[in-house]
Design a protein around this ligand. Structure first.
Ligand code: MTE
Length: 320
């Protein structure tokens, strides 16, 4: 049996590898025999339909949206990366249907004067939700345009009064292999961890995503709370967050830990820096058909005017 080293892993490759291996044999060898039997039985396909997701009230349109037609609900909710529910793009919508995003608590700790534990409602209620159309650009060179519903991350974080030692913000996803079958596989070092520099987190374009198409987030998109950082590759947009910590030290994110030569801390969309094994210069547009022309990728995903100053003086080929 061949198990690739993390440094050999490309997100899109994991799927093929996982299918290629006899899953049960893989799990038994990894010491998960009992779980293997359960994981081998896939639940039937059933995506959360648009109509079944509760509407978010009091929504306002954001002026920060891009002027492009969004992808369909179907594209957005059935082509997902959420390895806690499997490594295939079609796994999350099938395997996350019984996930319970309520009740939900997010702990906020570290370098701040008002640490606390908040329920989802406490976290979201004081802010007016905004609909913002942003492109999600994946490191695997595809993209989608998504009408996210979110609240400005900076506004939500300020409430905890980060202190002067708070240089970074670390986010963690729920760790619950019972509900998240992908966590029974040692694909990543669970839980999924991501981080932002504090000034990135405070930037007006960064949001806590709480919905899509005016409705609460479907489980496969990171319910009940994820981040959306539109000038960075999609893997920075961590889903189903349970912990936020202000830190002085730069955190080690999950993909950086798994494959440091391929995935950096910054992960800014940069068509001029190739991934070690593929070009980042253009992107396939999901939902437009396989013969649609690829789109040339823009620096910082088209947000250079707003965010380039955050990285002034940094060598972006080294800080990838
Ligand atoms: N967050 C967690 N916890 N686990 C993941 O596997 N995948 C990331 C990101 N957030 C991921 C995650 C990647 S690679 C992408 S491209 C986006 O989620 C995909 O978001 P979407 O499925 O809502 O389009």
């Amino acid at each position: 049996m061949i198990i690739k080293r993390p440094s050999d892993i490309r997100p899109s490759e994991i799927t093929d590898e996982a299918i290629y291996l006899d899953r049960r044999r893989f799990l038994q060898a990894a010491g998960f025999a009992a779980l293997g039997a359960a994981a081998a039985v896939s639940p039937p396909a059933r995506a959360a339909s648009e109509a079944s997701q509760p509407k978010i009230q009091g929504l306002v349109q954001s002026t920060l949206s891009i002027d492009e037609d969004p992808n369909s609900w179907e594209d957005i909710t059935t082509y997902n990366n959420f390895y806690e529910f499997g490594t295939d793009k079609s796994d999350p919508h099938r395997k996350a249907r019984d996930f319970q995003p309520r009740p939900w608590e997010v702990s906020v700790s570290g370098e701040c004067d008002r640490p606390g534990t908040l329920s989802y409602a406490d976290f979201v209620a004081p802010h007016t939700p905004e609909e913002r159309i942003y492109r999600l650009r994946c490191v695997e060179a595809w993209s989608m345009v998504i009408p996210w519903v979110g609240i400005p991350m900076g506004d939500a974080l300020k409430r905890f009064e980060p202190n002067s030692r708070a240089k970074y913000v670390t986010f963690k996803t729920l760790l619950d292999p019972k509900q998240m079958p992908g966590q029974r596989w040692p694909v990543l070092d669970w839980p999924y961890v991501e981080g932002l520099r504090i000034d990135e987190a405070m930037h007006p374009l960064a949001i806590f995503g709480i919905g899509v198409y005016g409705r609460e987030l479907p489980n496969q998109n990171g319910a009940p709370l994820r981040i959306v950082v539109p000038w960075k590759y999609g893997f920075k947009s961590i889903k189903s967050i349970v912990s936020i910590e202000f830190t002085e030290k730069q955190p080690l994110s999950s993909w950086e830990k798994a494959a440091p030569s391929e995935y950096g801390f910054y992960a800014n969309v940069n068509p001029e820096v190739d991934h070690p094994r593929w070009s980042q210069a253009s992107e396939r547009l999901i939902g437009k058909g396989i013969f649609a022309p690829r789109r040339p990728t823009e620096m910082f995903n088209g947000y250079a005017d707003q965010v380039a100053q955050l990285y002034q003086g940094m060598d972006l080929t080294r800080n990838y």
